[in-house]
Design a protein around this ligand. Structure first.
Ligand code: DX5
Ligand code: ZN
Length: 220
C-alpha cells in the first residue's frame, strides 16, 4: 500500500446529504475532503459556495482541500478561509495577479494551491513555487465529475515532481479527474503524493472504505 493521500471529491456525493457524506468519507479513511467550487463562468457548471463549506466544516476534522473554479477568485478568498478551507487552490488564469492572490491566501491563514488545467504547462508554477503548499494537476478539463483521465498529464506530473523536489519543501502534488484504481498507480509512479477522486469513491463498486483503499493499493 502506498502512502498517497486520498481526497474524496464530494461533487459525486448525494447533495441532499452532504454533511453525512463528509462524515462518512472521513470515517472511511479519507485524508482530506475535496470541495469543488464552480461559478458557471470559469467553468460551465455551478456547485457550492462558502456557506455550504461552513455548514460542512463541523462534520469532519480532516483538512478541507477547497478547489476554486471561479473567476475572479480574489473577492472570495476571505469567505472560503473563514468558512474553513485549509488548502485553498486557485487557477492561474482566474485573475490578473496570481502571485498576489496566493499571498492573500497565505496572509489569511490558509495553505495556497495552484491548479494546472490539462493545457497549462508545468512551468507555470515556477515563478510562484515558493508561495505554494499544493500543486493540483487537472487530469480532465474542469467542470464535471465522471470524465476520463487524460494520459498526457502523467508527463506533467513527472516534471512537477522534479521541480518540487528541487525546492526541498513539502509541497503536495495532487491529481484531480478520472482517478480510479487503474489510473491511481500511474499517478503515484509519476510522483503524485495526493489523489482526488469523486466517482471512484462515491460511485465505486465497493463500500466507501473499500473504494478509498483501492486507490492506495499497489497494482497487482
Ligand atoms: C472537476 C473536479 C474534480 C471532479 C473529480 O472539475 O475538479 O474534482 O469532481 O471527479 P471524478 O473523480 O469523478 O473525475
Ligand atoms: Zn477538483
Amino acid at each position: 500500500m502506498s502512502e498517497v493521500l486520498i481526497s474524496p471529491s464530494i461533487l459525486s456525493a448525494d447533495f441532499a446529504a452532504l454533511g453525512q457524506a463528509v462524515a462518512d468519507v472521513d470515517a472511511a479513511g479519507a485524508d482530506m475532503i475535496h470541495v469543488d467550487v464552480m461559478d458557471g463562468h470559469y467553468v460551465p457548471n455551478i456547485t457550492i459556495g462558502p456557506a455550504v463549506v461552513k455548514a460542512l466544516r463541523p462534520h469532519s476534522s480532516k483538512p478541507f482541500d477547497v478547489h476554486l473554479m471561479i473567476a475572479p477568485a480574489d473577492p472570495f478568498i476571505d469567505a472560503f478561509v473563514e468558512a474553513g478551507a485549509d488548502f485553498l487552490s486557485i487557477h492561474p488564469d482566474a485573475g490578473p495577479h496570481v502571485h498576489r492572490s496566493l499571498q492573500a491566501i497565505r496572509a489569511r491563514g490558509a495553505k495556497p494551491g495552484l491548479v494546472l488545467n490539462p493545457g497549462t504547462p508545468a512551468a507555470t508554477i515556477e515563478p510562484v513555487i515558493d508561495l505554494l503548499d499544493l500543486v493540483l494537476v487537472m487530469s480532465v478539463n474542469p467542470g464535471f465529475g465522471g470524465q476520463s483521465f487524460i494520459d498526457s498529464q502523467l508527463r506533467k506530473i513527472e516534471a512537477l515532481r522534479k521541480m518540487i523536489d528541487q525546492t526541498g519543501r513539502d509541497i503536495v502534488l495532487e491529481v484531480d479527474g478520472g482517478v480510479n484504481p487503474q489510473t491511481a498507480p500511474l499517478c503515484i509512479s509519476a510522483g503524485a503524493s495526493a489523489l482526488v477522486a469523486g466517482s471512484a469513491v462515491f460511485k465505486g463498486a465497493g463500500s466507501l472504505s473499500e473504494n478509498i483503499a483501492a486507490l492506495r493499493a499497489d497494482p497487482i
